[in-house]
Write a protein that binds this ligand. Structure first.
Ligand SMILES: [Zn+2]
Length: 527
């Protein structure tokens, strides 16, 4: 515990307190755990304030993030609170416990070490008995508290998968964004309610389908009437993110988008979840699950379309559907227009061609109107895969010879890693020492911050050196067999004569077709 001159300073200036109460409830917080409810957090903080005389004349401002996860700082109220600290509106922050600020070590550390010190702001976490002015914690103690939070967060992730399935089976709507035609209920968690404006557009599309229009014709009609697409509608209503947009500034309906609405059974009131699974862990690549794995709950929300209308629209749509576009051709969803960025339309049963269909729906872009045969694209892709794998083989062989020639032994590398780790630890300790000097008034804030920056930069350098050495060690340990395996795979690709969908999916991210002469391949980052 250190004597703290600033605490004294504040005790004599009680009327100056402008307190920001930061209240947060996350989706993962068990709704049954009432202690985490906003009301209870507020009550706890208010009773804390009223039991401390120094806050008698304080002004109190609530900052509430409802349904926000603790694992990121992308929270509106939190960001607003930080701005208010910065501009001096708030000089004291009170929370129920540290995990309200975040469950991530770096974020909380950054807040306490940089922000609050810089702006001379008091920080109180009631349940952690933490008051930044009265009992300044060392870096280390803080890290311990936070580490506990992080572990808690990991447990939570496991728990939340099982509780997610329970919620799915109850018909709860768990996506971040409401289905077009609906909005998320403001009174009931995970519940969809009809958004009358967008629901009107959905009904219009279904009735056009029942009247015998194809998806393409429907898209033309609703584009002409300037009906907003789902992403545009969200943007107009101030909802950001959630929908991958090809062109940020211009949205239009095409047959795929119309079909997506017309084939979505959730409009009949069914809650349907578990439709996708993550294909590549940690990445946003998802794939469809087979329909028998879906979790379907009838009457999960109010229907926009009756079951009868849905079936009628489906039958009409299937009749009107362009027959020869099997979804499982080798270039499914890979061939893109260089101008508008959309997937090119494939047509022709015996000699399929790709052509951009966007001009059917809008004249906003000036898409190239040439039609390129699948055979030509296949030839180009095969040729490119050969060249690409040849280049990768060269790279892998270089790695292999580097390993063989490495003049450092395992023991030498291990020794160097240990040395780097030791100096990182010493540097981290020195930050704590400087922080102690800062809070005890022996060091100025400017000196502290500049020292901290220099030390942090050195730590970052040391960390990347450690990383490099670790990779080097791994390469020696498992490297040779892994590289041999990669080389074997690449050698089969180098000899490829015929494409299949798995190979294309594995190697190719997209194929941008300008014309027969110019075909650009963007590789997936598999190798
Ligand atoms: Zn186009």
């Amino acid at each position: 515990m250190y004597a703290n001159s600033r605490a004294m300073d504040y005790a004599t200036r009680t009327a100056d307190y402008i307190i920001g109460n930061y209240l947060r409830i996350s989706k993962e917080d068990d709704t049954k755990d009432e202690s985490n409810s906003i009301t209870n957090q507020r009550a706890l903080i208010n009773s804390y304030i009223s039991s401390h005389a120094e806050y008698r004349n304080a002004k109190i401002i609530d900052y509430v993030d409802d349904g926000k996860s603790g694992s990121h700082t992308d929270r509106e109220a939190y960001q607003r609170l930080m701005r208010d600290v910065k501009n001096g509106t708030v000089n004291c922050i009170i929370v129920k416990d540290l995990s309200r600020i975040g469950r991530n070590l770096i974020e909380v550390d950054d807040l306490l070490m940089n922000y609050l010190v810089t702006f001379n702001t008091r920080f109180i976490a009631i349940n952690n008995s933490y008051d930044s002015f009265l009992h300044p914690l060392s870096n280390l103690e803080l890290a311990v508290i936070n580490l506990a939070n992080q572990h808690y967060n990991k447990d939570l992730a496991v728990k939340s998968i099982t509780s997610k399935h329970v919620k799915m089976k109850k018909g709860e709507y768990l996506s971040c964004f409401a289905l077009y035609g609906y909005q998320k209920s403001k009174t009931e968690r995970n519940k969809l309610v009809v958004d009358e404006e967008a629901a009107g557009y959905v009904r219009m599309m279904y009735s056009l389908a029942i009247d015998g229009n194809s998806a393409t014709e429907i898209a033309k009609v609703i584009n002409a009437q300037c009906i907003p697409t789902p992403s545009e509608y969200k943007k107009r209503h101030g909802i950001r993110g959630g929908w991958v947009t090809i062109d940020e500034d211009y949205h239009f309906w095409n047959n795929t988008l119309v079909r997506r609405i017309l084939l979505d059974e959730r409009y009949t009131g069914k809650g349907i979840t578990n439709m996708y699974k993550v294909k590549v862990p940690g990445k946003k690549v998802v794939e469809h699950r087979p329909k028998d794995e879906w979790i379907i709950v009838p009457d999960a929300h109010e229907a926009i379309i009756s079951e009868g209308e849905f079936q009628k629209a489906l039958a009409c749509l299937n009749r009107a559907r362009y027959k020869d576009t099997p979804a499982d051709h080798i270039f499914y969803n890979k061939v893109k227009c260089p101008v508008c960025g959309h997937t090119m339309k494939r047509s022709g049963k015996y000699n399929p061609h790709f052509k951009c269909g966007t001009s059917l729906f809008t004249d906003h872009y000036n898409c190239t109107q040439c039609s390129v045969s699948q055979a030509d694209i296949e030839k180009a892709v095969v040729k490119s895969i050969k060249a690409y794998s040849a280049a990768l083989i060269e790279r892998e062989e270089l790695k292999l010879s580097a390993i063989q020639q490495a003049n450092l032994s395992r023991a030498e590398i291990e020794g160097r890693i240990k040395a780097e780790e030791k100096s990182i630890r010493l540097l981290e300790d020195s930050i704590t020492k400087n922080f102690t000097a800062l809070v005890s008034g022996k060091m100025s804030q400017e000196t502290f911050l500049s020292k901290k920056e220099i030390i942090n930069n050195t730590i970052a350098r040391k960390q990347s050196e450690r990383q490099r050495l670790t990779e080097c060690l791994q390469a020696i340990t498992v490297g040779k067999s892994a590289i041999d395996e990669t080389l074997a795979e690449l050698r089969t690709f180098e000899k490829i004569e015929e494409l299949d969908r798995d190979t294309v999916d594995l190697l190719v991210e997209k194929i941008i077709v300008y014309d027969e002469q110019k075909i650009e391949i963007v590789w997936a980052d598999k190798y």
